[in-house]
Design a protein around this ligand. Structure first.
Ligand SMILES: *Cc1c(COP(=O)(O)O)cnc(C)c1O
Length: 382
């Protein structure tokens, strides 16, 4: 076996920053500096006092602008990340039954979470094989349609538009945007809950969930909470998973319990950076450029090919590249890591001979170009 990781990539072709993870993802140096400089005043202070509440309010206003939220939509946040929000959906947003798109590890886990909740019916699951997507379809007696904007495990992006007839039926559209938010275009009016964790496309650190909620979703949370509070209700809403409590706290620019203040500081800086640069138009164009660099390189390469065959389903946030069987992706990933190029491995459970690259807004398109040269170099010199 060749010892690929002994390959030394010339400094002149290395990217300026070697972080290409799909989550946790690159946090820009500017955010780290803000944490150090502005953070000395904020870290280790009460999240119920004005300085941190101002920080949270700035994040909420910034996301309001970034996603052009329509009147009545609110930015709500809490602890526990997108995984916690899955449980919140089952406890607080699904009345009776959800219909779910399932086409990879994350969208699949969401569907499993709905199936596990004892007080709602088993979800209708619309499944398709990894590398493709399938949206839920209209069904009677469904009150929530759910899927992932970007399936992080496979590098597939799905459209975000309401299922025909769903609004008339009073159903909510609930979108997991963890690796899509700020990287992929979205029309928020097509959603009732567009939620994410900040450590992927949004480029901060983990631990939080953030949800853009429509008036319909806020009303649903209120109704379900009141029903759950009635004696004899089969539904149990743990306080930690109460969307109603999260909404009330978010209106006061707080979280139910103590948040990671460092995550908030770096998120606030990132949202301001995204808006200053030109908002969603700018960030999605930047991600498109980075993703196209990789897809066109792979298409031209004689040892690589995009995993997702339908060009319209190829993500501009997480790019997956299959390698020829003669080249062991694990060895390439190890050789890159030995040269400071981090986290280019495929999703473990997908089990393919694959590279996976996070091309979120924080990543420089020039560094993505450099990455392609580095992969070529490692393959040639192994
Ligand atoms: C990573 C990820 C999650 C889980 O996020 P956590 O912050 O780890 O809970 C959920 N959905 C998608 C699409 C993800 O990529």
């Amino acid at each position: 076996m060749t010892m690929v990781h002994s390959v030394t990539i010339p400094r002149s072709i290395l990217p300026s920053d070697g972080r290409f993870g799909s989550g946790p993802s690159k946090i820009r140096v500017d955010q780290m500096r803000t944490l150090f400089e502005a953070g000395t005043d904020l870290m280790g202070t009460s999240h119920r006092q004005p300085p941190i509440k101002h920080l949270v309010a700035s994040i909420q206003e910034g996301l309001h602008d970034l996603f052009s939220l329509p009147d009545g939509y609110e930015v709500v946040l809490g602890n526990g990340g997108a995984s916690a929000f899955w449980d919140i959906v089952s406890c607080c947003l699904v009345r009776q039954r959800a219909a779910c798109g399932s086409y990879g590890s994350f969208s699949g886990s969401f569907a499993t979470t709905m199936a596990a909740a004892p007080f709602i019916d088993d979800p209708a699951i619309y499944e398709s094989r990894p590398g493709t997507y399938r949206l839920p379809e209209y069904m009677d007696a469904v009150d929530a349609y759910c899927w992932a904007h970007n399936e992080t495990s496979t590098g597939v992006a799905a459209p975000v538009r309401r299922v025909a007839g769903s609004a008339e039926q009073g159903a909510l559209t609930i979108i997991d945007a963890t690796s899509g938010a700020a990287a992929l275009p979205v029309d928020i009016t097509q959603t009732d809950a567009y939620y994410c964790s900040p450590q992927k496309a949004l480029g901060s650190d983990g631990g939080l969930w953030i949800a853009m909620l429509s008036p319909a979703a806020i009303e649903r949370a209120d109704i379900i909470q009141r029903e759950a509070n009635e004696a004899g209700s089969a539904r149990w809403i743990p306080r930690f998973l109460s969307l109603q409590l999260a909404i009330n706290n978010s209106r006061k620019h707080q979280t139910l319990n103590t948040p990671a203040i460092a995550t908030l500081i770096m998120l606030e800086r990132q949202v301001r950076w995204l808006n200053d640069k030109g908002g969603l138009t700018w960030s999605t164009a930047r991600c498109t450029q980075s993703a196209e660099t990789l897809y066109s390189w792979a298409t031209r390469s004689d040892f690589a090919a995009p995993f997702v065959t339908d060009p319209d389903a190829r993500s501009h946030a997480v790019v997956t590249i299959d390698l020829d069987d003669a080249i062991d992706a694990n060895e390439i990933v190890a050789a890159l890591a030995a040269n400071g190029i981090r986290d280019t491995f495929g999703y473990r459970k997908l089990g393919r001979n694959q590279l996976r690259v996070g091309v979120f807004p924080s990543v420089e398109p020039g560094d993505v170009e450099a990455l392609t040269h580095c992969i070529d170099y490692v393959v040639e010199h192994r």
